[in-house]
Design a protein around this ligand. Structure first.
Ligand SMILES: Cc1ncc(COP(=O)(O)O)c(C=O)c1O
Length: 364
């Protein structure tokens, strides 16, 4: 497959995957790795699939430098299930958790944790339109909090932590759905990491969960079977039928990352893409970037047009020019370009060139 006819895909997730990976998936559809079983038809109890899931776990461990005593799980239900499941497992009765609320996803996380225990907002950026993430020192953690939860990259508003939030010595829990493997994330500094795969890791339907020994030690007895991390740890993510397709694709994406300079290579490419686009946004007042400069996301870049009435025109013309997925999230409006690992720099170059042309056609 040449990729001819594919748009430059800036969708926020599911998102563009490297064409090499898409081709590998296509090849595996009728026959997974010479087994004679098609990728969509193979049993999760087969040796060939056991090799796939083992490989996926090993690659995740290598690429993300996961400590040996941490567990790696491939679950279903999306990051949205993790909002509740994390709290169910590690907050427990009478527990307290503090949250840095930097956008819609962290709002959901704190709401779901509140069903389990005492979930408190330690910092809330809603009043200023979620334009930034907090600096260390902008918030206080309760001295008796059990952990601090944050969202490393705010997919909707285009902000990102470029530092490790100070948790005042408390365990850190992170929703890293939209920047895992695209930015540096120090796993050993966290006790629980979760991420939907559909941005940097693969297709939708797989959720990566990484658990420290501390997180495991917090889990009580009698939790609903499927919501108990112990169930999935004890069965190698195969207590029930896992998303075999998604795990295969995730393994192939991780192999692609490894072939292309590992996490450092991914970060370098993501920095280059983001700086190209932010340079254009800063060039002219025709564009109004949303995020404050110190909090700008490398993964999701959000902006308005100074003349908002031109936004539908921008979206129509960009789509006609083969640039897809640029509509801002419905809660924010405007334009959003998501540039995960699978997005090549050529797509961003095309976008920037389109933007310059658009300004010259529609600007004063
Ligand atoms: C940061 C973040 N958290 C959570 C979610 C929800 O993920 P899911 O749709 O996998 O439940 C998303 C989805 O875009 C996200 O970007």
């Amino acid at each position: 497959m040449t990729g001819a006819g594919r748009v430059h895909n800036f969708g926020a997730g599911p998102a563009v995957l490297p064409l090499e990976v898409v081709n590998e998936v296509a090849e595996a559809l009728p026959d997974l790795m010479g087994s004679g079983f098609g990728l969509l038809e193979v049993s999760h109890r087969s040796d060939v699939f056991q090799n796939v899931i083992d490989s996926a776990e090993e690659r995740v461990r290598r690429v993300l430098s996961v400590p040996d005593d941490y567990h790696v799980l491939f679950l279903q239900g999306g990051a949205s299930t993790q909002f509740y499941m994390t709290a169910l497992n590690i907050l427990g009765d009478g527990g307290k958790a503090d949250f840095l609320v930097t956008g819609g996803w962290s709002q959901k996380a704190v709401k779901e944790a509140g069903r389990i225990g005492d979930a408190k907002v330690a910092w809330d950026g809603s009043a200023e339109g979620f334009k930034s993430v907090p600096d260390n020192g902008d918030y206080n953690i309760r001295s008796d909090a059990d952990y601090l939860h944050y969202t490393s990259n705010n997919t909707l508003f285009g902000t990102q932590f470029h530092h490790l939030p100070d948790s005042e010595g408390k365990p850190l829990v992170v929703d890293a759905s939209s920047d895992i493997c695209g930015t540096s994330l120090d796993i050993p500094s966290h006790d629980l990491v979760y991420a939907g795969a559909q941005k940097n890791l693969g297709p939708s339907g797989v959720t990566l969960v990484i658990l420290s020994p501390w997180a495991m030690s917090r889990i009580g007895e009698g939790l609903p079977t499927m919501l108990d991390y112990k169930t999935h740890v004890s069965k190698g993510s195969m207590f029930n039928t896992p998303n075999t397709f998604g795990i295969f694709v995730l393994d192939r994406v991780m192999a692609w990352v490894e072939r292309n300079g590992g996490i450092e290579g991914a970060i370098e490419r993501n920095r280059a893409k983001a700086s190209l686009l932010y340079r254009e946004l800063d060039r002219t007042a025709f564009w109004v970037p949303h995020a404050d400069s110190g909090s700008r996301s490398l993964m999701n870049v959000t902006w308005r047009l100074a003349d908002e009435s031109l936004e539908p025109v921008f979206l129509d013309e960009s789509a006609a020019a083969g640039l897809g997925g640029l509509k801002g999230h419905r809660s924010v409006g405007g334009i959003r370009a998501s540039m995960y690992n699978g997005c090549p720099i050529e797509s961003v170059e095309e976008l920037v060139s389109f933007m310059k042309g658009f300004e010259s056609r529609h600007g004063q």
